[in-house]
Write a protein that binds this ligand. Structure first.
Ligand code: UGA
Length: 350
């Protein structure tokens, strides 16, 4: 039995991970967040304790919670590219400074940390797929603010690695690759550029706005369904025979690589399956926009981002199994029909 502390439990990964833990293990979860809208089912569990707190404001509280738990999963961060460009210092304050304090607490109290690195650390790496121990991390110039997030995460990866190697910190670093799913961003809210691509496109279709392809939409991503992602995280937390100890894992779905243009086409086709939205999907306009106009001068894109998941497959015994169309269907079922796959038996698999 474990006591898992999830900071940012109401986020996309946090909410799904907490539910998966409660459903599949006998562990206890303490969750901290500013709000609880994504975790109503977790709140009903006797093994879940929720604290409505700001991780940044209440250092004494966080200190006490870290002391009490076995493993910390700190998921509080800004992870939206437009904000890297528009507000890089906010990204630095939250993603770097507040997380560094948490890492140091884990060192002090000898707690295991399972830390979210990011696919963004590989930047513009030219490798055909990105390997955790071999690939170079390739960032653009300082004047391209987009890279601040990648650089912050890389620095934290290096700090955690060094604490592990030189001061005995127990850790695993994981790198999510374009996780998608129902609770990614608020589909009703996004302003242009304020959420990740799938949410933005879905929002635009629902609201009769054109889909905008940045620089033609030829850039590619490998899309990973959240349920597959948190299955992998569960294996990391379980850490059977120390299989995840001191290791770095990409968590992605290399079998589901698509260009952003192809994503738009598949999403439009998927919308056609919902009679109420079919007409809006049929008539949606697709426009090209330059990255400079869409994000601003400080943006630079990643043209291809392909994970190698060989290490996660071999060392953790995990493999992603949900394809993009199925992931989109489960996401649209949630937003358009109010159906939550997490509450239904069978999970994401068909
Ligand atoms: C994102 C974020 O940096 C992180 O949340 C995370 O580490 C990473 O994904 C990940 O999940 O692996 P990115 O893939 O660039 O990075 O983010 P999206 O906003 O989802 O954009 C994907 C692509 O779609 C980009 O090339 C972007 O230019 C394009 N896009 C986005 C459009 O063509 N149109 C839009 O309206 C929005």
């Amino acid at each position: 039995m474990k006591n898992v502390l999830i900071l940012g439990v109401n986020g996309f990964i946090g909410s799904s991970l907490a539910w998966k833990i409660l459903k599949k293990t006998d562990w206890n979860v303490v969750g901290v967040d500013l709000s609880d809208g994504k975790i109503p089912h977790c709140l009903k569990s006797e093994r879940f304790v929720f604290h409505r707190k700001n991780v940044v404001d209440d250092a004494d509280f966080i200190d006490a919670e870290i002391r009490k738990c076995d493993v910390v999963v700190p998921l509080v961060a800004i992870a939206t590219p437009s904000l890297y460009v528009k507000d890089p210092l906010r990204v630095f304050n939250l993603d770097f400074e507040s997380n560094l304090l948490i890492v140091k607490k884990c060192v002090e109290y000898k707690k295991r940390i399972v830390f979210p690195s990011t696919s963004e650390v590989y930047g513009m790496c030219p490798d055909k797929d990105f390997d955790e121990y071999e690939s170079n991390l390739v960032l653009g110039p300082v004047a391209k603010e987009r890279w601040i997030y990648s650089c912050i995460k890389q620095m934290l990866d290096r700090v955690i690695w060094a604490y592990g190697k030189h001061e005995g910190l127990s850790f695993t670093l994981f790198r999510p690759f374009n996780f998608i799913g129902p609770k990614l961003d608020d589909i009703k809210a996004p302003k242009e550029g304020s959420s990740r691509v799938l949410t933005q496109f879905a929002h635009n279709i629902i609201n009769g706005k054109p889909i905008k392809l940045v620089d033609g939409g030829l850039q590619k991503r490998a899309f990973t369904f959240i349920d597959d992602g948190v299955e992998c995280l569960l294996k990391i937390l379980e850490n059977k025979n120390g299989c995840a100890e001191g290791r770095i894992f990409n968590i992605g779905n290399p079998y589901e690589e698509y260009s952003i243009k192809a994503l738009a086409d598949i999403l439009i086709e998927s919308f056609m399956e919902y009679p109420e939205y079919a007409e809006r999907a049929r008539s949606v306009k697709i426009e090209n926009v330059s990255s400079k106009d869409y994000y601003g001068e400080g943006y630079q894109d990643v043209s291809r981002r392909m994970p190698s998941v060989k290490r996660a497959e071999d060392e953790l015994g995990w493999k992603p199994s949900t394809n993009l169309r199925r992931a989109i269907k489960l996401t649209l079922d949630y937003h358009l029909l109010g159906k939550d796959y997490e509450l239904e038996t069978g999970g994401a698999q068909q």
